[in-house]
Design a protein. Sequence first.
Length: 180
Amino acid sequence: MPTLGIHLIWTTYGTYLPGDNSGHWSPLFNIYGQIIERGGKLNRADLTSQNCAKCLMKEAPKILNDEENALVAATLGDLVYRTDRMGCDSSLPRIYAAAIEATHVHLLLSPLQEAIGTVAGRFKGRTSSAVLKLPCNKGRERTWTARYWKVFLFDDLALETVKIYIEDHNTRRGLPAAPF
């Protein structure tokens, strides 16, 4: 069955830690910081794992401000749309929907011509570089967490449902459904 779209999500550094109340797919730790169970299944909130993750952090959590949100959106737009209009790289996906939140990003992408990890890495790398150049981030090294979440969509209903889900993130914040 062909992929019709991909829901790509990534989070800002230090937010949505393993063990937090949203649940997590990360390893579980004991009170000594040793892994007692590998990741790969949904784990419930776990204060010990959350505290271990906090201890491993190299800098404070990153919460995007309005200027940074706009910069992330503009950087993604420049990367995908401006390049596409110039005819430079037809392998870049289309973005069907986007929500840039203070702690995470949601993108609904067209099918890809290259590996999802390559695309996610490019998006995260370019946006992180742009954000870290701002004077308010002097000395900061991280914008995003190391990983990302992906959901492959195989039918029109799933595609439309995710599009509405992402647009709802925007309207809840008082923005148009498709502000970018």
